[in-house]
Write a protein that binds this ligand. Structure first.
Ligand code: PGA
Length: 248
């Protein structure tokens, strides 16, 4: 049985005080959740958000992390820095990091291994661009992202995969339930080949890309979809809570 995981990705939104207000509003709304609830927040907000989440069922995630333990990497943040504030999840290889900040499958791999080595859970993002879907290379792209991104992972069920078709992120254009299910089933099959069929059965795979209070039920009803990585709709407590309660 795979426990569903609904994670917010706040991206570069909310100051620390705005973020604390959002978490305070969320806490009573999601206290009865039947899934893992995570908020991935801007690094500078982590101390305040972690403090606000104490004693609640909301877990804290970072949006990125460097793979080195320490050193001359101006502007970067290490695993130990995150863990001092109780961070348990780290988003790795979000398509915005790939598009704007030079993230590659190789750096995704380094980050993933570093997050796992620190005992945290990487949320590894994969997904095709619009032209790749249209020219029929979606599976090829996913093969490469998974093969390189997850190379050397010992226990893949400690990884959460987020399938985020780039054309669906922030566009209001969601993949249909069938498209999302078909592609996520493909990802599970690929994980079975790269690791083992049983490992694939135990690995959680989220859908991400314009998931909202309305479309979450249909997506979450699919056999292979184990959760969501939520951008825009995670910034409003009632919307995020509605997604957390996809099962009601
Ligand atoms: P969106 O973002 O829900 O705003 O489309 C999802 C994501 O980028 O993780």
């Amino acid at each position: 049985m795979r426990r569903p995981i609904i994670a917010g990705n706040w991206k570069m939104n909310k100051t620390a005080s705005e973020g604390v207000a959002l978490v305070e509003a969320l806490k009573p709304l999601v206290a009865d959740a039947n899934c893992d609830v995570v908020v991935c927040v801007p690094a500078i907000n982590i101390p305040a958000i972690s403090e606000a989440c104490k004693g609640s069922n909301i877990h804290v995630g970072a949006e990125n992390m460097h793979w080195a333990a320490s050193g001359a990497y101006t502007g970067e943040i290490s695993a130990e820095m995150l863990q001092e504030y109780g961070v348990e999840y780290v988003i790795v290889g979000h398509s915005e990091r790939r598009q704007y900040f030079g993230e590659t499958d190789e750096t995704v791999n380094k980050r993933t291994l570093a997050v796992l080595a620190a005992g945290m859970t990487p949320i590894v993002c994969v997904g095709e661009k619009l032209e790749e879907r249209e020219n029929g290379t979606t599976n090829e792209v996913l093969d490469r992202q998974l093969t390189v991104g997850l190379a050397g992972v010992e226990d893949v069920k400690k990884v959460v995969i987020a399938y985020e078709p780039v054309w669906a992120i922030g566009t209001g254009r969601t993949a249909t339930d069938e498209q999302a299910e078909e592609t996520i089933a493909y990802i599970r099959k690929k994980i079975g080949e790269l690791f083992c069929p049983r490992c694939a059965e135990n690995t959680r795979i989220q859908y991400g890309g314009s998931m909202n209070a309305k479309n979450c039920k249909g997506l979450m009803a699919q056999a292979n979809i184990d959760g969501g990585l939520i951008g825009g709709a995670s910034l409003k407590a009632p919307d995020f809570s509605a997604i957390v309660h996809f099962d009601r």
